[in-house]
Design a binder for this molecule. Structure first.
Ligand code: NAI
Length: 340
């Protein structure tokens, strides 16, 4: 297949070329790498390809999909797990199969989540800067023991379950909320509770559910009001799970004691690019940056070499299966996903 790969960074190219090269010659694809994001204005760049390969901040809305289909695109390969950036009813109506990488390294995201918790709690990011300036004062760096505290995990699937296991190892009590109970989490002693109970009892709340209409702004002013004073909120899932303006208000009132984000509602305008020479125009994001108890990383939780290798291998295999009409286990059931 000829595949136009959008939003290409050097690391995407390196890992996709390696995975493609490792395939049997007959199964290899012709990969065309573009740095541009995929949206309605760039869809035409894929005109003579059979498929496009897209990432988290590419925008596959109705018009983009229509333009891709009109240009001859026959398949969409997402090199990520989430599919909130694609208009599924249009893909279904156009008969465009969508494949994705449902799991690559849940450990990568879970370990980054725990890294954020430890860094923010013990102010390691601030201590690093102080010590480099020979400031060895401890004021402002005090944390709390995780041991014995309660963490509430929303979404106890692959990533949430690993976060639970790691934090269980620290001696934390586990609360969970999900549509389905995960027996691995129950075996750790996780107590499944409704959201108001999880909000009220958790010292740390970590989000690991997908972004869907029902989870959009799951963390809003109402949810925040039900939380413990000084709670730590961690979001490594999808930005729009959190109403950022409500979070800022809660930071100002000290309801939120700590906020760690790897994802942000409007991240598509910022993340994955070096904007250090520009004036960032997003005032909400800039306000977040002013709080000493906010720690933000730019959607890097997945970013380990293990995960990139797994993403690339799964993506080229998905494309080969589509090309040969072999059932692909990673093809989205569009009707099911729309109904969910
Ligand atoms: P998963 O599908 O294994 O687990 C998601 C869990 O959320 C499932 O158990 C599901 O039942 C549950 N869920 C669905 N709706 C819910 C609701 N309304 N309330 C509570 N729970 C609900 O997915 P996985 O692999 O654990 O990934 C979780 C999320 O992490 C993804 O949706 C994705 O958005 C995000 N992610 C972030 C990355 C990053 O680099 N920051 C990388 C990969 C994934």
């Amino acid at each position: 297949m000829k595949v136009t790969v959008f939003s290409t960074k050097s690391y995407d190219r390196e890992f996709l070329e390696a995975a493609n090269g490792a395939m049997a010659p007959a199964l290899r694809h012709e990969l065309v790498f573009l740095e541009s994001r995929l949206d309605r204005t760039t869809a035409a760049l894929a005109a003579d390809s059979d498929a496009v390969c897209a990432f988290v901040n590419d925008r596959l809305d109705r018009l983009t999909l229509e333009r891709l289909a009109a240009g001859g695109i026959r398949a969409i390969a997402l090199r990520c797990a989430g599919f909130n950036n694609i208009h599924l009813p249009t893909a279904l109506a156009l008969g465009l199969p969508v494949v994705r990488v449902p799991a690559y390294s849940p450990h990568a995201v879970a370990e980054h989540t725990v890294g954020l918790i430890l860094t923010l709690n013990r102010r390691i990011h601030r201590a690093y800067n102080r010590v480099r300036e020979s400031n060895f004062a401890l004021e402002g760096l005090m944390g709390f023991d995780l041991h014995g505290e309660t963490v509430g995990i929303v979404g106890t699937g692959r990533i949430g379950a690993i976060v639970a296991r790691i934090l269980h190892g620290f001696g934390m009590k586990l609360l969970g909320h999900d549509r389905y109970r995960n027996p691995d989490c129950e075996a750790l002693g996780m107590e499944y509770v409704d959201l108001p109970t999880l909000w009220a009892r958790s010292a740390i709340i970590s989000l690991h559910c997908p972004l869907m209409p029902e989870t959009h702004h799951l963390i809003n002013a109402d949810a925040l009001a039900q939380m413990r004073d000084g709670v730590m909120l961690v979001n490594t899932s999808r930005g729009a799970l959190v109403d950022t303006e409500a979070a800022i208000a809660a930071l100002k009132s000290h309801k939120l004691g700590y906020l760690a984000l790897d994802v942000y509602e409007q991240e598509e305008r910022l993340f994955f690019e070096n904007l250090s020479e520009q004036i960032v125009q997003d005032d909400i994001f800039q306000r977040l940056q002013t709080f000493p108890n906010v720690l933000i990383t730019g959607h890097q939780a997945f970013f380990t070499r293990n995960a990139l290798a797994a993403i690339a291998e799964t993506t080229v295999t998905n494309l080969s299966q589509l090309e040969r009409n072999i059932p692909c286990p990673n093809q989205l059931n569009l009707e099911g996903a729309i109904a969910a």
